[in-house]
Each structure stands twice: as C-alpha cells, then as structure tokens.
Design a protein around this ligand. Structure first.
Ligand SMILES: *[C@@H]1O[C@H](CO)[C@@H](O)[C@H](O)[C@H]1NC(C)=O
Ligand SMILES: *[C@@H]1O[C@H](CO)[C@@H](O)[C@H](O)[C@H]1NC(C)=O
Ligand SMILES: *[C@@H]1O[C@H](CO)[C@@H](O)[C@H](O)[C@H]1NC(C)=O
Ligand SMILES: *[C@@H]1O[C@H](CO)[C@@H](O)[C@H](O)[C@H]1NC(C)=O
Ligand SMILES: *[C@@H]1O[C@H](CO)[C@@H](O)[C@H](O)[C@H]1NC(C)=O
Ligand SMILES: *[C@@H]1O[C@H](CO)[C@@H](O)[C@H](O)[C@H]1NC(C)=O
Ligand SMILES: *[C@@H]1O[C@H](CO)[C@@H](O)[C@H](O)[C@H]1NC(C)=O
Ligand SMILES: *[C@@H]1O[C@H](CO)[C@@H](O)[C@H](O)[C@H]1NC(C)=O
Ligand SMILES: *[C@@H]1O[C@H](CO)[C@@H](O)[C@H](O)[C@H]1NC(C)=O
Length: 494
C-alpha cells in the first residue's frame, strides 16, 4: 500500500517538476502594484522573486497539499530557508492574493481578510544574495535604500551566515515541537510535547566558554551569528570579541560553500555547507541518537548502538512502524472526562532513564513507591522515573517520549498508558483506504500534468531549442523536492 503511494508520488513529482522547470521566475524586485495568486500547477513552490544570482527564491510554498505559506527556498536544493509564521495557513487557491502596496500583504479574499502583513510603507521588496527578504525605501536625497522590514528578524527553523540571532528571537522546528533560544550566557534547545500548553523543557544547553571575553552583567543581552569561517559565535552587545566559538567540522577551512544552521524536526541542531550540488552535514548539537528528546518516538526505548524498541515489550517496534502507542497517548492529560479520566494501565520498566536527565528537574523522594504515588494521584502526570541510588524522582507532565535503556536495575520507570477504546483498528482501516485514494489521485494528476506539459513543451520546442539545457539544471531541485514530498507523507501517516 505504502509502495503504491510512494511510487505514484514519485511519478507525480517527476512530471510536475519537469513541468515547472519550464517557467522559472527571474524577477529581482517587486514594486508597488505587484499582485499574485498561487499557480495551481506548481507542485511545491511558486516563485515570485529571486536574488541577483538566482540562488534563492521567494514565493508561495505549498503545505498539506492545498494550503500555503510564504517562503524563501534555496533553488538548487529546494531546501526551505525561511517561512512566514502565519497564525492560520492560507488556501492554495485563486482566492488568496499576495500584493505589495508599501506593505507586503497576504490576503484571503474568501472572508479571511489580511492573514499577514509587513506593516511598512516601503518602495520595493528585494531578496538579498544571502536570502534576506527585505522591504526597502529609497531615500530621496541620498538615493540609498534603507531597510524597513527583513525576514532575518523573524527566523523560522534556519539561520544563514551573518544573520543575527538575538535574545528576543526563537528558532522553531517545522513541526513546532522544538525551539532554540538564547539565555544569559548559553543557548538552549527546548521541547514542548504537549502542544496547546506553553510548558517547555530544556533538553540541550551549550554554555559560553568565555575564553576570549566574559559575559559582563548589565552590558546587555547576548546574540549569536553563524560565521563564514565555520562556527556559531556568541557575542555580547555589539562587541566583536566572541564569548563563545562553537566550531564546525570545517572550521576555518577555506573555500567551503555557504552555510546554514537548522533546528531539525527530531530536535537536533545541525550545520551544513553547500558544495555546489549538495549540502554536507558539518555540525551536530546532539551526537548520540539516544540523547535526542524523542529519538524513538512516543513510548520508545533507545538502546545505545542497538536502536529502537518499545517500552512495552509486547509491541514490536518495526512491525508497528515505530508507533509504540495509539495516537490518543500523544496529547492532553488525565484530568478532563473526555481524556479518559482515571482510565489507564501502568507500565513499569526496570533499567531506564531520561535522555539529558541532568537538565530535567527532579525531586528527592524516600522510595520508588513515593515517587510512583506522586504521579499516580496527579492527573497531569504521565509518568515518573526513579533512581534508587540517588533518590531522584523525575515527574513527567507531558506524554511519554523516548527513554534510554541503561544496565542499572535501580533506575525504574512508571508510565501511564491510556487503555485502548477499540477505535484504533477502524482508524487504521480508514487510513489505508485514504492513502490508496490519495495515491490514485496523485497518479492520475501526475499523468494529466505530464501529458499537458508534454504538449506545451512540444509546442515550444520549435521556438527555443536551448530549452533542453534548462531541464538538465532541474536535476538538483528534483532531488530536494522528492525529500520534501516524502517528508509530508511521513507527517500524514502520523
Ligand atoms: C550562488 O551563485 C553563484 C554564482 O552562480 C555561485 O558561485 C554560488 O556558489 C551560489 N551560492 C549558492 C548558495 O548556491
Ligand atoms: C495596504 O493594504 C492593506 C490591506 O488592504 C491596508 O491595510 C494598508 O493600509 C495598505 N497600505 C498602504 C500604504 O496603502
Ligand atoms: C552580497 O551582498 C553583499 C551586500 O549587499 C555584498 O557585500 C557582497 O559582496 C555580495 N556577495 C556576492 C557574492 O555578490
Ligand atoms: C501561551 O503563551 C502565549 C503568549 O505567551 C499566550 O498568548 C497563550 O495564550 C498561551 N497558551 C496557553 C495554552 O497557555
Ligand atoms: C551596550 O554597551 C554600551 C556601552 O558599552 C551601552 O551604552 C549600551 O547601553 C549597551 N546596550 C545594552 C542593550 O545594554
Ligand atoms: C547584525 O548585527 C550587527 C552588529 O550588531 C550589525 O552591524 C548588522 O547590521 C546586523 N545585521 C543584520 C542583517 O541585521
Ligand atoms: C517483557 O517484560 C516483562 C516485564 O518487564 C517480563 O517479565 C517479560 O519477560 C518480558 N518479555 C520479553 C519477551 O522480553
Ligand atoms: C501535579 O503535577 C504538576 C506538574 O508536575 C504540578 O505542577 C502540580 O503541583 C501537581 N499537583 C499536585 C496536586 O501535586
Ligand atoms: C534502594 O536503596 C535502599 C537504600 O538506599 C536500599 O536499602 C534498597 O535495597 C535499594 N533497593 C533496590 C531495589 O536497589
């Protein structure tokens, strides 16, 4: 079933990408009066503006099949560098407009009103050669452009070279679960496993080494910049001497391509550089996959060097596609009547601990029994992990994620699991049916697009013989697009 979906998706993507290669946008500035609606035939990205080299492109970015946000991509890899943070996604439809009247405005003409605006009074929209989308105004006297608004001040999950990451900014992973922010003398990565609540917990902390300069109290907040020399530098208040240099593998290696730093959907922070044909991984915040905050997913168990299994040894990790528990064990709490008040079974596992446990708040308790009781009676508690040797009790007030297996029987975990109410079999059946339908629709659309495209291309061939060369350039984006499409499949299967 999965194979049908994936191969139809592949065909669809090949046809669509091949088709979209025919009409690249090369506009280099948007002026007042500009207006655009998303083109229905674009499978992934509708380009509206590029930088002067054509390395980066700004446009409509397709999400969830028929919704969109605005984004900047790296053209050759189709890697998303930036997206707007829309409260509500727009429809990929003729009713959605993007226009520039001094402000860049995204409008839903179907009653949704203004979805997003830069709230500026500028003269042009421009994309810098390092992917910064800017609204600028020309000064009448000096004839120099000043910047009124820039995307660099509103990062999504990626930082590029020379982009300032300040203490009032956040990076968010694309699934919204993980975030990165600066503290007084460190940068931290945070997880929120109970979406809808604001509680985050830190799972990674990099404290400034302060080798060349110290953090001075009262001198103002710190900021971070990804340097072209291959490190993430932290600085305080405009000083050019870093308080910390977190170096990448290619540190100070000359001639390395452009760099980016991304907060990935698995919660890791990774650095990359561009070779001209692909991105090479150059830095990793978390090296041991078992120390990722949810490396094996909900109710997973990570064994160093041996991979993933499920906390409940009655569930086979690989047979259940990495889904150790039903979806109703992935949100909420045990307090409201809707969320199965009081109805749960208990898993007790010997020899487990939390990843990055030194960053997790703990309470000292006399015994395992006390620790378990504290969790059992509290309806916001999902589980507890107790260490008999230290007496530390860790209370988990979010749906259980991945635990780390340790060969130490004095570390014991207590986990609540909602009892299955029998609907999940039906849901799985429905899921399969939907997936097959989706695959068929993609296949048919792919063939139609391919056929239409074949005909337009046949028509053009007589006019422009060098069209063929463009198609060769298209090999790059095709690869990236395929990854992107697979990613959305993965998400929809969750
Ligand atoms: C941008 O384009 C120039 C010229 O084509 C190229 O030398 C450079 O490597 C490109 N940069 C990226 C990030 O693709
Ligand atoms: C641009 O359009 C928006 C939305 O219609 C409006 O709120 C704003 O006042 C306009 N800005 C200017 C400078 O006309
Ligand atoms: C990119 O733009 C900056 C500032 O506008 C300029 O200093 C730099 O030389 C440009 N880089 C390239 C490769 O053109
Ligand atoms: C989360 O915090 C934001 C702002 O800090 C607030 O507007 C929002 O209501 C909070 N959400 C919840 C569920 O507490
Ligand atoms: C930065 O430092 C300067 C002088 O060192 C000081 O005047 C200024 O207030 C500081 N900025 C902040 C935000 O603290
Ligand atoms: C980043 O910060 C530095 C120093 O604070 C400043 O000179 C530079 O203009 C900033 N860059 C951007 C893109 O805002
Ligand atoms: C599963 O776990 C239970 C309790 O922890 C244990 O008694 C049983 O032997 C385990 N079964 C397997 C197949 O490992
Ligand atoms: C239940 O657990 C939450 C989160 O750990 C805690 O804030 C709260 O005080 C606990 N409630 C009781 C009654 O112990
Ligand atoms: C737990 O620790 C206590 C004293 O620290 C000891 O008496 C007891 O035997 C330990 N229990 C286990 C299961 O290791």
């Amino acid at each position: 079933m999965e194979k049908t979906v994936i191969s139809s998706l592949l065909l669809f993507t090949i046809f669509s990408v091949w088709c979209s290669q025919a009409q690249p946008s090369t506009t280099q500035e948007l002026i007042k009066g500009f207006k655009a609606t998303p083109n229905e035939n674009e499978p992934f990205f509708h380009s509206l503006l590029t930088d002067s080299y054509g390395n980066y492109s700004f446009g409509f970015l397709r999400i969830n099949k028929n919704q969109l946000t605005l984004g900047v991509i790296h053209v050759k890899s189709a890697e998303t560098i930036w997206t707007t943070n829309l409260g509500r996604l727009a429809k990929w439809a003729g009713s959605t407009d993007l226009f520039f009247n001094g402000s860049l405005v995204l409008l839903d003409n179907n009653g949704g009103g203004v979805l997003w605006s830069t709230h500026t009074d500028g003269g042009r929209v421009w994309l810098s050669n390092n992917s910064n989308l800017q609204v600028q105004k020309l000064d009448d006297v000096s004839r120099v452009y000043s910047t009124l608004w820039q995307s660099f001040n509103f990062p999504s999950d990626t930082l590029v070279e020379n982009q300032n990451f300040t203490s009032d900014m956040l990076l968010y992973s694309s699934n919204g679960v993980y975030s990165m922010r600066l503290g007084s003398n460190f940068f931290g990565l945070y997880a929120n496993f109970n979406l809808g609540s604001n509680r985050t917990r830190m799972y990674f902390k990099h404290k400034a080494l302060e080798a060349k300069a110290s953090v001075v109290e009262g001198k103002g907040p710190i900021y971070a910049v990804l340097s072209s020399d291959g490190y993430l530098g932290m600085y305080q208040n405009g000083s050019s001497v870093p308080i910390d240099v977190e170096s990448f593998i290619s540190y100070q290696e000359p001639g390395v391509g452009v760099r980016r730093l991304k907060l990935e959907s698995d919660g890791n922070l990774k650095g990359y550089y561009w070779t001209g044909s692909n991105w090479i991984e150059d830095y990793k915040g978390i090296h041991d996959p078992c120390q990722l905050p949810s490396g094996c997913g909900s109710y997973g168990l990570c064994r160093s060097g041996k991979g993933c299994s499920c906390l409940d040894n009655g569930t086979d990790y690989s047979k259940s596609n990495g889904q150790c528990v039903s979806n109703d064990n992935k949100q909420g709490d045990f307090c409201s009547t809707y969320s199965h008040r009081g109805k749960f079974k208990v898993l007790r596992i010997v020899g487990v601990e939390l990843p990055n446990k030194e960053l997790v708040e703990s309470h000292k308790m006399e015994s395992l029994k006390d620790c378990e009781n504290a969790c059992q009676v509290n309806c916001t508690c999902w589980g507890a992990v107790y260490s008999n040797s230290s007496g530390f009790c860790y209370i988990l007030d979010y749906p259980i994620q991945t635990l780390v297996s340790v060969g130490d029987d004095t570390k014991v975990g207590y986990f609540k699991e909602r009892v299955n109410n029998g609907t999940s079999k039906i849901r799985v059946g429905l899921g399969i049916a939907l997936a097959i339908l989706f695959g068929l629709i993609l296949l048919i659309s792919g063939i139609i697009i391919g056929w239409r495209c074949y005909r337009t291309r046949e028509g053009k061939r007589g006019v422009k013989m060098f069209e063929e060369e463009d198609a060769v350039v298209g090999v790059g984006p095709y690869k990236g697009l395929r990854d992107e499409s697979f990613r959305s499949i993965e998400l929809s299967e969750r």
